[in-house]
Design a protein around this ligand. Structure first.
Ligand SMILES: [Ca+2]
Ligand SMILES: [Ca+2]
Length: 177
């Protein structure tokens, strides 16, 4: 094979690789999100609450219907990448894939089963407050809106609620594997 043919072969292989990479990025990041960000081969997609907000269960199902899961932050680096690249909202809270439902209370686990000790709780959280009417305890983690926490700290909250403290709708972040 002469040099020209080798160069053409290399260019074809490179174009195929670039095409595959582009397809991968486009394919795994949904178009209907408010914002998306790709880090470490994972797509993160932020969804606004829209009309009424989402319960944690609705948010979890919505991510699953897109072939994704509620976002999990298993290292400090991962969390800070998301926190700095997403313009986190001032006016709504966000569900993430962190829960202590069915676990020892205040011992939260990532829904993917990933093991990591990284947490970013607001001071005094998680506090597992019980709703006196329903008996439900706070078992699902949200990222607080920036109007409540400029640092976007986390709180445990009632999984069945689609609004935070009565009036602030809750959105969510999905992540692809
Ligand atoms: Ca709890
Ligand atoms: Ca709480």
């Amino acid at each position: 094979m002469d040099n020209k043919k080798i160069v053409i072969a290399v260019v074809i292989v490179l174009l195929l690789l670039i095409g595959l990479f582009a397809f991968h990025i486009i394919h795994i990041c949904p178009f209907d999100a408010k914002a998306t960000f790709t880090y470490n081969g994972h797509c993160y997609a932020l969804y606004e609450p829209k009309d009424k907000g989402f319960s944690w269960y609705e948010a979890k199902r919505a991510c699953e219907s897109k072939g994704m899961h509620l976002a999990t932050f298993t290292s400090e680096e991962e969390w800070y990448m998301i926190k700095s690249h997403f313009d986190l909202p001032t006016d709504y809270a966000i569900w993430i894939g962190y829960t202590d439902k069915g676990e020892k209370q205040n011992h939260f686990v990532w829904i993917t089963g990933e093991k990591d000790g990284f947490e970013y709780w607001n001071s005094g959280e998680p506090n597992n407050i019980k709703n006196d009417e329903t008996g439900e305890t706070e078992d699902c983690a949200i990222i607080l809106s920036k109007s409540r926490s400029n640092e976007a700290l986390w709180n445990d909250y009632l999984c069945s609620k689609s609004k935070y403290l009565g009036n602030e709708k809750i959105g969510y972040i999905c992540e692809s594997e």
